[in-house]
Design a protein around this ligand. Structure first.
Ligand code: ADP
Length: 256
């Protein structure tokens, strides 16, 4: 629990820092991209200069992508907790999740009995799921299967959590898996084994941050060459339509 606290404090500090830096860089990159675009248009006809401008534009756009991921990460510090309907959320995200996974990966999604409502932030949870899908896809370059399922947690051995019902969202892939020394560091902010420009090392930090802020936690089970299962544990919530509320029809547009 001490380690978990240290980790979440570290993430809060990193989140504030990266938010500020990412914001400044975003503005700088917007100016760079705008000016490069104008230069690109003025050198029409000069192939060599066009190619140089295109290279610079591509690098600047990649930079902008990284800063937007950093901004999303720092925003994960600000959460609005409410009842989230996982059936509705996963249904709304189904097409996007399958598209992100790509054609070589088969995707199965199922919501278990008594495992439909949790307390969390719907937008941040969507981002967390997307981060996990991207990781699963990267771990299965030759294809494989991905399953997302929700379960009532029956026997949770966790002192850091309270005695209350939890629901877990399991994201399992049949990919490369992680050796223990990588698994142990995977949620550290900025820890990545991916090539420059392909990973920020903030995906699992964001996922872990959302779990902690929701009063839940995260488990990573992995076996090299077999696959990885990420378990997102969240406090269960009551069915809002049963407890006298009017259930609002909410749509979930993709956040990325
Ligand atoms: P990023 O994806 O940008 O590298 P993450 O925090 O999401 O950042 O992941 C950190 C590292 O954990 C990855 O670089 C990878 O080595 C490992 N990892 C995460 N998810 C998986 C997975 N599903 N299968 C194998 N390795 C994974």
């Amino acid at each position: 629990a001490d380690e978990a606290l240290r980790q979440s404090q570290k993430m809060e500090a990193v989140g504030q820092l990266t938010g500020g830096i990412a914001h400044d860089f975003n503005n700088l990159l917007t100016a760079i991209i705008g000016n490069l675009d104008m230069i690109r248009n003025r050198v029409e006809g000069n192939e060599r200069l066009q190619r140089l401008a295109d290279n610079a534009l591509e690098a600047a756009r990649r930079g902008a992508k990284v800063t937007s991921q950093l901004l999303a990460f720092s925003r994960s510090q600000r959460m609005q907790l409410a009842t989230v309907d996982l059936d509705q959320l996963l249904d709304g995200m189904g097409a996007l999740l399958r598209q992100s996974a790509g054609p070589a990966i088969s995707v199965r999604i199922s919501v278990g009995p008594d495992a439909r409502y949790v307390m969390s932030d719907a937008n941040q949870l969507e981002l967390a799921l997307l981060n996990l899908i991207v990781n699963a896809r990267d771990a299965m370059p030759a294809g494989g299967s991905l399953s997302i399922s929700t379960h009532r947690v029956v026997d949770l051995d966790l002192r850091e959590l309270q005695r209350r019902p939890y629901v877990e969202i399991r994201v399992s892939d049949t990919g490369s898996g992680m050796p223990d020394e990588i698994r142990a560091r995977a949620i550290e902010p900025f820890f990545t084994t991916k090539r420059v420009g392909h990973g920020t090392g903030l995906g699992l930090s964001q996922v872990y941050g959302v779990m902690r802020e929701s009063g839940g936690t995260l488990f990573i089970d992995s076996a090299v060459a077999q696959g990885t299962t990420i378990r997102m544990v969240l406090p269960a919530a009551a069915n809002p339509s049963v407890s006298g509320y009017i259930a609002h029809a909410r749509s979930h547009p993709p956040t990325v």
